[in-house]
Each structure stands twice: as C-alpha cells, then as structure tokens.
Design a protein around this ligand. Structure first.
Ligand code: THG
Length: 362
C-alpha cells in the first residue's frame, strides 16, 4: 500500500506525534481524521498484548457532535429509537440513529452532560449535517457543532491500574458507560468506562488540543512497569467480541434490528422513521460465523452462499489465535441465520466452508 497524506481534510489529532513516535505503520481515515491501524509490532502480538496488559489508543477520530440548548433533549429523542427517558446526567448510551425509512445513519455513543447538553461520539459519517438539517428545518433552539474534543482510549485488563496512577483511585468507581469529571493538570475531563474492546477500560474525552500530548506522555511514564503500549482498535479482538463497525458490518441499507441492535429500539417517543422501522421486519441479521481454511484480508464484501444461492455476506473476518478458527461477522438471511447453518463464503482467494454460530466468542 502507498502511504497517506495528512492535510486540513485528513486531519492529524492531538496525539498524532505520540502515535508517530510509537512507530505507526498504517492508517485509515475515519471522520476525516487519521486512525492508526498498524504499529511496528506483529499484529497478533498486539492482540495478545491487549488481552494481557494495557494499551493507549488515539481514537480522536471518534468526533463529537455537540447538541446544546433548550431543544437538545427533543432533538435527541427525534433522531434515535432508543429511549433516553431514564438517561442520567453522568451516563453514556450506545444509540442507533436512523433515517425516515429506518435505515441506520450512525451508531454513536451519546454522552449526557445535562438535560440540554449532549455529545454524540460518532462513528464514520457526517452526522453533524443530518442534525443541522433536522434542527433547522424544525426551527429548534439548539446549537450544533464539533467541539475541540478528542477521545483517548485506555484499554486492557490493567487499564484501571494505569488510570488510577494518572487520575486517582476515583476511576475505579466509575461504572460501565458512566463517567466522572476528573482533573488532569488542573483541567477537568470526562473520563468514561467505555471503549471499543471487550477487555475493559476507559475513554478520556480530551477537550483541549494542547493537553493531548502532555496526557499521552503522562500515561506512558506512569505505565512503564505495566508494559503500556500504543495501540489501536484490534480487528481480531473486536470480531471475537462482536463489536460492530458502521459502514462495514452495517450501513444505511440496514435497520437496527438487522444490525442486532433491536434491544435499543424501545423509545415511546415519536422519533423520525418510527412507523417505517416498526413496519420493516428483519429478514437478515448480523451473525457470528466460523470460517474454515486460510483467509486473505477481508477488504471487501464476501458473498455467503448456500446451494449456489446467495444468502448473505461477510463483512469482517480474521484468524483468531485464541479460538483457533477464523472468526467473522456477516449479515445472513433468515433461511440460514440459525446457529449451526452450513454455508460457503466466497473470498477473493476462493470458496471457504463456514458455520453460523450461536454467539460471539467474547
Ligand atoms: N467510543 C466512543 N465513540 C465511538 C466508539 C466508541 N464512536 C464510534 C464507534 N465507537 C461507535 N460504535 C460503537 C460500537 C459499539 C460500542 C460502542 C460504540 C460498544 N458496545 C458495547 C457492546 O456491544 O458490548 C456496549 C453496548 C451497550 O450495551 O451499551 O461499546 O467505542 N466514545
């Protein structure tokens, strides 16, 4: 692969100097921002390290859309099928956002500051523009913008120990998908127990670009004996855990039901797309699959076939050292979505046998 050129459109982050010093070897672009995909270490070694130690990830590409003002709560209720009625002021919610046909536009983490102020920590997509359109068309009294906020993830089983050294023992009391405001160099930051791995950990919402590298350096100094390492979202671990990638595993073609997010369709409010969504039964759904044989990189859709007919597609797949098989995420039609169903996957290197699984691996 050729290298990538940063610019005003392909943005660096507050942590990019740290990522570069740590030996980044590959980037992707996410929300017009650099996101590391590979470091000098062996990819599989990074996976084992994440499961045993602690890593610091530059996930500043998880941009925040800030929604603030008297109509903020109303706008939030309109754009998501998830019931926000009981959301506490220190809480984060994983929420699908849908269009008027029930198709998914994004799957952000919503961070509630108060009844009239939320952040949407977005997946890859220009959600800001959709929100501006809805709010302006309806004449809402709300301010929508992208603030100077860059999440830094600290993930892995030793994340509590590392974070306690930098932010104090208070981090240990933060519950899953809750946050506290904790000071770093006299500046309070949102510290949430969340992150795009199943290994536990935190996300620090760094709301001052100039504090990015001081915080990065402090975490690495404090974590030396914990073997802290710069990392990035890990494909193997996230497929084992069934963490979905919007734009890859599901798109606007899919409803939240198809994406396996039906438990987040529970709002009593009359949100946009409600009638269409509830009238659109899911005939295909996200499923874990185990695929046999050697796999090439899954950098395109792989058709899933049964008896020569296409019954779905695989969107993420990789070999899992811990489970000794190729783990995969696919969108599978109702004829073959039951656990145990035998299918074939058409990779660029040929057909592979696969079996639909009952659940993800972690
Ligand atoms: N953290 C923050 N922002 C983000 C992501 C993140 N924005 C982009 C992207 N990731 C959004 N997508 C997801 C997908 C899954 C989860 C979070 C964001 C996630 N899911 C848990 C799970 O499936 O086990 C918990 C879901 C729940 O039960 O609430 O964490 O990672 N800031």
């Amino acid at each position: 692969m050729a290298d990538i050129t940063a610019s005003r459109r392909v943005r660096r982050t507050p942590f990019t100097p740290g990522v570069e010093a740590a030996g980044v070897r590959g980037y992707t672009v996410y929300n017009h921002t650099l996101l590391a995909t590979r470091f000098g270490h062996d990819f599989v070694d990074d996976y084992h390290h994440l499961k045993r130690h602690v890593q610091v990830w530059d996930v500043a590409c998880e941009r925040q859309v800030s929604v603030r003002g008297p109509d903020a709560g109303h706008l939030m209720q309109l754009i998501s099928p998830r019931d926000l009625g009981r959301m506490a002021d220190d809480q984060c919610y994983y929420i699908p956002i849908i269009d008027r046909a029930g198709g998914m536009l994004n799957d952000p983490v919503a961070v509630k500051h108060s009844r009239d102020h939320f952040w949407l920590s977005i997946a890859d997509g220009d959600l800001l523009q959709y929100l501006l359109g809805v709010a302006d068309a309806l004449g809402f009294n709300v301010e929508i913008d992208e603030p100077d906020v860059s999440p830094l993830a600290v993930q892995g089983p030793r994340a509590d120990d590392l974070m306690a050294r930098v932010f104090g023992d208070a981090v240990r009391d933060i519950r899953f998908f809750r946050y506290r405001r904790l000071p770093f160099e006299g500046h309070e930051m949102v510290v949430a127990r969340s992150g795009w791995s199943k290994q536990g950990g935190f996300e620090i919402y760094v709301d001052d670009f100039d504090l990015g590298m001081p915080l990065w350096n402090r975490l690495f100094e404090a974590g030396e004996d914990l073997e802290v390492r710069a990392g990035c979202p890990n494909l193997i671990e996230r497929v084992e855990g069934g963490l979905l990638s919007f734009g890859n595993d599901m798109t606007r073609e899919n409803t939240p039901f198809e994406a396996g997010l039906g438990k987040f369709v529970n709002s009593p409010a009359n949100y946009l797309g409600k009638a269409a969504l509830l009238a659109r039964p899911a005939r295909r759904m996200i499923r874990p699959l185990a695929i046999a044989g050697d796999l090439p990189p899954c950098d395109r859709l792989w058709p899933v076939l049964a008896g020569g007919r296409q019954v779905g597609q695989v969107t993420s797949a990789v070999h899992s050292p811990d489970f000794g098989i190729n783990v995969a995420i696919g969108m599978i039609g109702d004829s073959h979505w039951d656990a145990g169903a035998k299918v074939e996957v058409e990779t660029q290197d040929g057909m592979r046998d696969a079996v639909v699984q009952a659940k993800f691996w972690i």
